[in-house]
Design a binder for this molecule. Sequence first.
Ligand code: MN
Length: 423
Amino acid sequence: MPHPNDPSLRSFVPVDVASDFPIQNLPYGVFSTAALPTPRVGVAIGDYVLDLWELEQDGRLADGELIVFAAPTLNPFMALGPKVWSRTRARISELLRHDNPELRDNERLRERALVPMARAKLHLPITVAGYTDFYSSKEHATNVGVMFRGKDNALQPNWLHMPIGYNGRASTVVVSGTKVRRPRGQLKPPTAETPSFGPCQRLDFELEMGVMIGQPSPIGEMLTEAQAEEMIFGFVLLNDWSARDIQQWEYVPLGPFQAKAFATSISPWVVTREALEPFRLQGPRQDPPPLPYLQQAQPNNYDLQLDVALRAAAMNKAVNICHTNFKYMYWSSVQQLVHHASSGCAMNVCDLLGSGTISGPEKSQRGSLLEISWNGTEPMELASGVKRTFLEDGDSLVMRGWCQGDGYRVGFGEVEGTIVPAG
Ligand code: MN
């Protein structure tokens, strides 16, 4: 049987070459329809969702061990581990192949199991156990450092030695399309003598990838590179909304708190680590070499293109404001996970790790408005008469990501969020 990543595979479901969801991808999500409002697990293929609950009920998903797709989250499936993930993906690929009549010619099952994407409501794909956010793009950390500490002290002394992170909030991770309310908080601009409480004036996005942890690790245990990799189920696009003014006043000495706690948006389709395998590449050279526990024997970065577009309420269409690549990350997701467990910190099924803002070496590759507007000093013009330094009410922010194969792309769809007033 050909490998599910084989570029020559085709599905009987029509898939446009520009689609994010060819048979080589098969990302998992949770969806419902007006006809059947129960959220359940599906896989994206072209402009359709393949209903895995229907296939499971029809006995098409092997073994009888998989009674997990009627669940309203991916948590029970992810808990089954990498061997089952791999076997299930291979079976779904087989069922969708153009030369396999099993589903293709079974009209009754096909009608029930293939739902037009336009009719599907997409839900948060996992119940997030814990959320941790990192700060692993050297370009992003350098830009921010230059802004606030000057060129000579841009990177903090610890930065080149470990993936810096903080524990975020799982309770406010939301799915694409969820409106984001402008946060309120304590503000103390440098010119004010005392703080006040009110709506954030410097609301920002952060372009990140989210890593879905699919296996637990026990308290007290460290992880090897190989163990950490096996624990990663897949990836989503992630927008780590940030209140820069709240952050500036609150973050000393313990780091961000309310500035990051109000919302984190993720894309609805989880692209598996296995589907990204053909796009793996070596990350930037690490100098000084990391301590032995953080050293990597294999390339753990991905050639994954990323776009950010912004549309103000007065504009007809969104304008691209950033195009960068996940490959620039200095610390890989595997290194982040190894470091996270290095103290003996237990990891849970459905922990979510944010990569940290992904910027690149060029000006057009800056993954936040803080960098694009250089802390508000360089407004950008989106359309005639529409200028931005930070986000305003009614602004809609869309992130997209994809790996380009030969004649197909393994894509993530999008993560969108629109800002609504603090009220
Ligand atoms: Mn972040």
